[in-house]
Design a binder for this molecule. Structure first.
Ligand code: MG
Length: 214
């Protein structure tokens, strides 16, 4: 589905790591999802939040975006994806929350998106809400990627969409943990792959097994 031109321009200048074609594939898949509660893991400055949030607003869904806002390993000083302008001068730490707030305010999505500032480890023990969409794009270490899948994918309702970003089957293209998560989801039999676009994988939660009435 097409993005409003103003939102497309905003998403384009918002810092982040999602190419336009992958964002379009994500929007298209999200538009087909049943209205409900959606969860994005890894907000950063809100680029993909604008894409997902615009679809949520149109379809009457609500999006929670979860991030501790201090950046992943690859965003820290000395690493490949570090951005000095995101350092809070008072603390010396990376802080992407102000950028996210500006993005959502400018997008007019503050009523559609709830911002949750915490680590996924903090939220996992108390999260109980059923989801119709889960977008995994948080910390890409093996331990955290596996944790985030185990903690939140189980809350997806049958027919719900699991989207995983930065999936690279070939280690020469990028880190392997998101690919391992996709393999796990398929191996466990709870998900089937319904789409792939660049490093984005789209999986659907299998329907609960039909009960034989006999
Ligand atoms: Mg990503």
């Amino acid at each position: 589905m097409r993005l409003d031109p103003g939102l497309a321009e905003l998403a384009a200048r918002t810092k982040g790591f999602m190419p336009d074609d992958e964002a379009a594939a994500l929007r298209q898949a999200a538009a087909a999802v049943a209205p409900g509660l959606w969860l994005e893991i890894g907000s950063y400055c809100g680029k993909s939040t604008v894409h997902l949030g615009s679809v949520a607003a149109e379809g009457g869904s609500h999006l929670v975006t979860l991030d501790h806002h201090h950046g992943s390993e690859e965003n820290q000083p000395g690493w490949q994806w570090h951005d000095q302008s995101l350092i809070d001068p008072r603390t010396g730490r990376l802080d992407t929350l102000p950028s996210l707030r500006r993005t959502l305010s400018e997008a007019g999505l503050e009523g559609t998106v709830s911002v949750l500032v915490a680590s996924t480890q903090q939220v996992a023990p108390w999260w109980t809400s059923p989801l119709t969409l889960l977008f995994l794009d948080g910390n890409h270490t093996e331990a955290v990627a596996q944790h985030d899948y185990a903690a939140f994918a189980r809350h997806l309702l049958p027919g719900g969409l699991l989207a995983v970003h930065d999936v690279f089957p070939d280690p020469r293209d990028g880190g392997q943990p998101p690919w391992h998560v996709v393999q796990r989801a398929l191996d466990e039999g709870t998900f089937t792959q319904v789409g792939t676009h660049g490093s984005l994988r789209l999986l659907e939660r299998a329907a609960a097994e039909a009960v034989d009435p006999s």
